[in-house]
Design a protein around this ligand. Structure first.
Ligand SMILES: [Ca+2]
Ligand SMILES: [Ca+2]
Ligand SMILES: [Ca+2]
Ligand SMILES: [Ca+2]
Length: 145
């Protein structure tokens, strides 16, 4: 399930991991340096920090570019292109057109439920609610893959 919120979370995680990885790397390097030369300062030089920050910023810009590029064909980033959504009749600017808790992509590509109907089988329980409880949103009984 890829939607905008998830992507932002992924981007944040990637950024945090990069920063903590960098800090750890510096820490380890400093430890080694301290063994060979106790005189050496334990702080990374401002120049190195600046370079690393620049690198991280560039990575972020690259990720943003990828996202922007993707958004040109998939405005809501739900995994269905705008063209596909037009064909299906779903809203290209809403990841969950019928508001049943499943993204348009999940309904069309994974569960084969109706992305335009919150309750595909009309039993009174929404598609997302049925799946969450393990029921088949397409008919009676439990959900089987
Ligand atoms: Ca879309
Ligand atoms: Ca959509
Ligand atoms: Ca639905
Ligand atoms: Ca139902």
């Amino acid at each position: 399930m890829v939607n905008k919120k998830n992507l932002i979370i992924i981007l944040t995680v990637v950024l945090v991991l990069s920063i903590s990885g960098f800090v750890w790397f510096r820490y380890k390097n400093n430890k080694i340096n301290n063994f060979s030369s106790l005189e050496q300062t334990s702080q990374p030089s401002a120049e190195v920090m600046q370079q690393e920050r620049q690198k991280l910023e560039n990575n972020l810009i690259d990720l943003q570019k990828v996202l922007d590029e993707k958004q040109k064909t998939d405005a809501d980033l739900d995994g269905l292109t705008d063209a596909e959504e037009k064909q299906l009749g779903t809203n290209p600017k809403n990841i969950d057109t019928d508001g049943d808790g499943l993204t348009d992509y999940d309904e069309v590509k994974i569960y084969h439920t109706n992305p335009l109907k919150a309750d595909t089988d009309g039993d009174g329980y929404g598609d997302g609610a049925e799946l969450r409880r393990g029921y088949n949103p397409l008919g009676p009984g439990k959900f089987k893959k």
